[in-house]
Design a protein around this ligand. Structure first.
Ligand SMILES: Cc1cc2nc3c(=O)[nH]c(=O)nc-3n(C[C@H](O)[C@H](O)[C@H](O)COP(=O)(O)OP(=O)(O)OC[C@H]3O[C@@H](n4cnc5c(N)ncnc54)[C@H](O)[C@@H]3O)c2cc1C
Length: 239
């Protein structure tokens, strides 16, 4: 997997693409051995640095949060600045994580969190997760962090727009998944904001898609409604 990511960085450089790569630490051995995973991710981050590129460490389910953040810290301590993290508004611990990471001024992708987690560790209410998202965004901006605002939720997009008002477009970015709310993304770009699109790649796309659906069955509804709106040219949910 590490070699595969290296090959992707080479391709990005050769094709002159404005693109970085998001990696999942469990794919690099996190559940096998911390040392193995650190070695693998260091190779990828080092390789990316050679072409001036950036690695985003995706956040997976809550069994991996502590070790994922530990790997991020270790990489920063090793001197790598071209690495960023993902934080999930769904988790109750995240505000504490933000405070503990503040001294590093992390580059953060902020999202709701796709994994459905138990009430003891995660907010369950739709608005509760949103409110935490806004609170985390404000806190991160207060610490001077670069934030990738990863959401398709109109209410959150509006809240984020209010909070980035007055900032230069290069100081933040919006992020969306490929094929989701494309018209809204285009509107953001027309208004002068930057938008990064998350593009899953690889040969095992079917297994990946099935896993995503198992993690969060709500996705099936989204995909069905997106497909219907594409087929019939409509625009449900203001896409
Ligand atoms: C760039 C990017 C990277 C991400 N990385 C991570 C990560 O590392 N770890 C993690 O746990 N989660 C990640 N996520 C997922 C994220 O946590 C949410 O689960 C997901 O974005 C849905 O939440 P939402 O904020 O869009 O709001 P929601 O309330 O779920 O969605 C708002 C509206 O957006 C539309 N929509 C949302 N998702 C989809 C979809 N998949 N297909 C079609 N329509 C959709 C629907 O119209 C929906 O009503 C990422 C999301 C993005 C955009």
């Amino acid at each position: 997997m590490a070699r595969e990511y290296d090959a992707v960085f080479d391709l990005i450089e050769r094709e002159g693409l404005d693109s970085n790569v998001s990696v999942k630490l469990t794919a690099l051995g996190l559940k096998l051995s911390y040392r193995l995973c650190l070695g693998n991710i260091e190779e990828v981050v080092k390789h990316a640095a050679e072409s001036g590129n950036f690695v985003r460490i995706d956040m997976e389910d809550s069994t991996t949060t502590t070790e994922t953040l530990r790997i991020y810290r270790d990489l920063r301590e090793l001197g790598y600045g071209n690495v960023g993290i993902v934080l999930q508004a769904r988790l109750r611990r995240t505000l504490r994580d933000v405070r503990e990471l503040a001294a590093l001024r992390p580059n953060v992708r902020l999202c709701k969190g796709i994994y459905l987690e138990p009430p003891l560790i995660a907010y369950q209410g739709y608005q509760e997760v949103r409110d935490n998202f806004v609170c985390l965004h404000e806190t991160l901006l207060g610490y001077g962090c670069y934030v990738g605002i990863a959401t398709h939720d109109e209410w959150l997009i509006e809240q984020a727009l209010e909070r980035v008002r007055g900032m230069k477009p290069a100081e933040y970015e919006f992020q969306m998944l490929l094929g989701v709310r494309e018209l809204r993304g285009t509107k953001l770009v027309r208004e002068g904001h930057r938008l990064r699109v998350y593009v899953p790649f690889g040969e095992h796309w079917y297994a990946y898609s099935v896993r995503r659906l198992q993690e969060n069955p709500k996705m099936a509804g989204y995909i069905a409604s997106d497909t219907i709106s594409r087929l019939f040219g409509g625009s449900p949910n203001g896409r």
